[in-house]
Design a protein around this ligand. Structure first.
Ligand code: ADP
Ligand code: MG
Length: 569
């Protein structure tokens, strides 16, 4: 059925496009990488679907991406025979930023607007990849046909407020995106130039697992028998001629399958950008061939920045699963525990069944084995990181680690040993729980901590007076997630974790006679404060201050109460 509409872009898309179109942009070529990456994703999806519905793909499963240009008409075009899109999918995927991250993106956008530059990190991190084509294009036409669909869809826009969408005839499955390029300014790259494109593809997309093909002009020597020769037998005129032929621009090498010394740092970085959709450099790389009963390759990256949506349940995991270099699936949550879901990477397990489904994966013994080994390796890697680098990691992903404490019983001790806290004695520096224990005075039995929002307020808290007087160190926990740490880690290396603000402190006991002197006073205060406090008692917490608020051992800390209140509970 014939459909045609003109639609306004959603406000946030308009703002985004306005920014992309009008920004000074130092790295314009990245739009090619984004379009190639979308094509590659679309083919991944086709391949995955083909496992269950092979008939849909019959006769057209020679997957590839094709790039072509027309220098005269200033056109750059990219097509794929991937999954394609239906009418509604085009509207959903291309007409809006249908991402959970939209809001966070718009906030980041505001910030960058102040700075008058659109940073490439922004585009990569928030997955606004397709729109980056407007960096170079003044007009974009997208024609696509979904697997199994009868008709195609054409989407067109100049990025200024609206787009048109209509059903059209399209012969083959997949997507073709045609950019009418802006008139280049002095010094701009020419995106119709073959060598420019070769260079860009090589640089950003070399390891894409499908061939990126371009029909290129080559010169070849004219065969001897076809040469025109003079009477002496010397050739007259050209000895070379121009021919056109398809050439695959990328090497498609699976860098995870190579040995470490065969891969350059630059290649690791580009590959990381490709799979993570990030623009930063990875903080750490783990590349290992696991050998034993089963063999597999793993290439994992720790990003240098936490994503804005780290704790959103709908967030995709960063692991991809391959079997003998053939993509099986991304977002593979079975390969790493939830709390390590920020790690980006690839596992290639030759012994897996290619037709494996997500449901089967959960039960698969091989996968469970891989997961266990990966976690072990990741912990060793974190434990071996130098102090500075680890703290950088901890700043970004410490919360994620902490969230693993209540979940990963087996590795609890290991996670705990990776925790870092500032303390009343650490002079603003991070210490480990082991360091804390090491320095404990002889008579100290427990690990003391206090939770709150503000480091300074905590250090000066009257709750700590008695502990300070005894020269006991107190860990200062200012991260909301720390509440869950203290709940799931009652002790570490046989030392109880004890809140400095809850319950009785097992310090020098106040003698009973003295307590009785105050009974009347306390009754009076309790009455005055009515239901605001549970009871008024003598405290062995205080040395100088007159009074303080504290909680029962099993009650919520003041800070926890505040968090819950803030979240509306
Ligand atoms: P992302 O790739 O991070 O999802 P993009 O802005 O690059 O974000 O693409 C938006 C969406 O448009 C993709 O998620 C996909 O659904 C769709 N899309 C883009 N390009 C293609 C393509 N070549 N084939 C099929 N779908 C595509
Ligand atoms: Mg994309």
């Amino acid at each position: 059925s014939k459909k045609q509409e003109t639609c306004e872009f959603k406000t946030e898309v308009q703002q985004l496009l306005h920014l992309i179109i009008n920004s000074l942009y130092s790295n314009r070529e990245i739009f090619i990488r984004e379009l190639i990456s979308n094509a590659s994703d679309a083919i991944d999806k086709a391949r995955f679907r083909e496992q269950t519905e092979p008939a849909l793909f019959e006769g057209d499963n020679d997957y590839h991406i094709r790039v072509s240009t027309d220098p005269e008409k200033k056109v750059f075009e990219i097509s794929d025979n991937g999954i394609g899109m239906t009418y509604d999918e085009v509207n959903d995927n291309i007409g809006t930023i249908a991402k959970s991250g939209t809001k966070a993106f718009m906030e980041a956008l505001e910030r960058s607007r102040d700075e008058k530059t659109l940073t490439p990190e922004l585009i990569g991190q928030f997955g606004v990849g397709f729109y980056s084509a407007f960096i170079a294009a003044e007009h974009i036409t997208l024609v696509t046909k979904a697997a199994g669909a009868d008709e195609g869809v054409k989407w067109e826009s100049d990025g200024k407020g609206s787009y048109t969408i209509e059903t059209v005839e399209k012969e083959s499955r997949g997507t073709t995106i045609t950019l009418k390029l802006k008139t280049p300014e002095e010094g701009d790259q020419d995106f119709t130039d073959e060598y420019t494109i070769r260079h860009i593809v090589k640089k950003h997309s070399d390891f894409v697992t499908y061939p990126i093909i371009m029909n290129v002009e080559k010169s070849e020597p004219i065969p001897d028998e076809e040469l025109i020769k003079d009477s002496d037998g010397k050739p007259v005129g050209d000895t070379f001629r121009k021919i056109h032929s398809d050439e695959t621009l990328n090497s498609m090498k699976a860098i995870w399958a190579k040995s470490k010394d065969e891969v350059t740092e630059k290649e690791y970085e580009e590959f990381y950008k490709h799979i993570s959709h990030n623009w930063d450099k990875p903080l750490e790389i783990l590349h290992k061939k696991f050998e034993g009963v089963t063999e597999y390759d793993a290439l994992l990256f720790i990003p240098s920045k936490a994503p804005f949506d780290l704790f959103r349940p709908e967030r995709k995991h960063g692991m991809q699963l391959y079997c003998k270099r053939v993509f099986i699936m991304d977002d593979c949550k079975e390969l790493l525990p939830e709390y390590l879901g920020f790690i980006q990477g690839v596992v290639d397990a030759p012994d897996l069944n290619l037709n494996v489904s997500r449901e089967i994966l959960q039960e698969d013994r091989l996968v469970r084995n891989i997961r266990k080994n990966l976690v072990k390796k990741i912990f060793s890697m974190l434990e071996e990181m130098d102090k500075e680098k680890y703290e950088e990691f901890y700043k970004e992903f410490g919360q994620a680690l902490k969230s693993g404490l209540p979940m990963d019983y087996e590795n609890k001790e290991r996670i705990a040993s990776l925790l870092r806290y500032k303390s009343t004695k650490s002079d603003g520096k991070y210490i480990t729980l082991d360091e804390y224990i090491e320095k404990m005075p002889e008579d100290q039995k427990e690990i003391y901590y206090i939770t709150g929002e503000n480091m300074n307020a905590l250090i000066n808290s009257p709750l700590l007076e008695a502990l300070k007087a005894k020269d006991y160190e107190v860990l200062l926990m200012v991260d909301p997630v720390d509440e869950w740490v203290t709940q799931s880690l009652p002790e570490y290396k046989e030392k109880k974790l004890k809140s400095a603000e809850k319950g009785e402190l097992d310090l020098d006991k106040v003698d009973d006679e003295k307590k009785n002197e105050y009974t009347a006073l306390f009754k009076f205060i309790e009455e005055k404060l009515e239901d605001k406090v549970k009871e008024v008692v003598v405290s062995n917490r205080l040395k100088e201050s007159v009074s303080c608020l504290s909680a029962d051992d099993y009650a919520m800390s003041a800070y926890m109460e505040k968090i819950l209140k803030a979240s509306g509970q």
